[in-house]
Design a binder for this molecule. Structure first.
Ligand SMILES: Nc1ncnc2c1ncn2[C@@H]1O[C@H](COP(=O)(O)OP(=O)(O)O)[C@@H](O)[C@H]1O
Ligand SMILES: [Mg+2]
Length: 309
């Protein structure tokens, strides 16, 4: 017998052993065994989901407002751990994409899948809990609340205390409140604005307000952070700081989808770029390739596709 081959006798015995064992089980024992196997398999799947797996998928997403088609069968996906850029001329449908992904609008047709699960019909607060957070093109903060309180609103999305628990101030409520303050301060520090934590949001400089929105979004512990033109109104130095912050956010384990007009920011920070024009996806590639893509250049400069102009 070839010593390289496993002894066939033992294999047969092992197979027979398991089959025989399963046959000997009572229905209850068999059900328990099946549950154990299923649990073990699920654990394996969890472990297998790592960097590079699909986190979010847009599938033929269409959004119509009356006669206007803001998104026309748009499909793309976001891999876990990447920074994906979403660009395109004004009115291309970028913000509508965020709105359809975060439950602001129900898509006319198509689907949005987060970790393989459809969220296209879910409500905004459910989607927050499932792990998508966003900032807004036009800053939306609670102006009369302090910076710290604004971030604490975000941490509330993760609290487990029931409404009666908060009203009657059960111990868990206090513990969560304390943890919320600590976490919110840490987030203000993380985005670089902890020095103005106690100031009303409306009194903060514009750049601080933009960073505060990011801190509040991070407070919900998102799997995917969506930024809608985070560098709008920034000077070049502030833009560089923002690029550094987005990189730091990714290094912290978040996946980022960023809408941005400034090409220097987009090219400097993204791994991949999806380009929309008139609600349609016209390109999807790495930044260097997007820069050279004739359709993209035409969309931005208004040059006909054949380059005759
Ligand atoms: N709530 C809405 N009702 C009607 N039309 C809308 C609405 N939201 C967006 N649109 C239209 O959809 C198109 C895409 O808008 P938007 O997604 O904001 O573009 P972008 O963010 O790329 O500049 C525009 O023509 C815009 O006027
Ligand atoms: Mg927009």
């Amino acid at each position: 017998m070839n010593p390289q081959e496993p002894p066939t006798e033992e294999i047969h015995q092992a197979e027979g052993g398991l089959v025989a064992e399963l046959e000997r089980m009572t229905p209850q024992e068999r059900a328990a065994h099946d549950r154990e196997v299923a649990a073990a398999a699920a654990t394996d799947r969890e472990i297998a989901v790592g960097v590079g797996d699909t986190l979010l998928e847009l599938r033929d997403l269409t959004m119509r407002f009356g006669g206007l088609t803001a998104l026309d069968s748009v499909s793309f996906s976001i891999q876990r751990g990447e920074i994906l850029g979403l660009i395109g001329p004004n009115g291309a449908g970028k913000t509508t994409c965020f709105n359809a992904m975060t439950g602001v609008f129900r898509p006319t047709s198509g689907d949005v899948l987060l970790e393989g699960r459809s969220i296209a019909r879910s409500h905004r607060h459910q989607i927050t809990r499932l792990g998508i957070a966003r900032t807004f093109q036009n800053i939306r903060l609670f102006g009369e609340m302090t910076a710290l309180e604004n971030v604490m609103v975000g941490t509330d999305a993760r609290h487990k205390t029931s409404v009666p628990g908060a009203v009657f101030r059960f111990p868990r409520h206090y513990a969560e409140e304390r943890a919320g303050v600590e976490k919110s301060m840490a987030l203000l520090e993380f985005v670089g604005i902890a020095d103005r934590a106690a100031e009303k949001a409306r009194n903060l400089p514009y750049g601080y307000q933009r960073r505060l929105e990011i801190a509040r979004a991070l407070a919900t512990e998102p799997k995917l952070l969506c930024l809608d033109e985070p560098a709008a109104g920034f000077n070049p130095a502030e833009k560089d700081d923002l690029v550094a912050l987005i990189r730091k956010i990714r290094e912290d384990g978040y996946t980022v989808l960023v809408i941005e007009h400034d090409m220097r920011v987009v090219m400097g920070v993204t791994d991949r770029i999806v380009v929309l024009e008139f609600g349609r996806k016209i390109a999807e590639d790495e930044p260097e390739a997007i820069r050279e893509d004739p359709a993209v250049v035409a969309a931005y400069l208004g040059v006909p596709d054949d380059g005759s102009a």
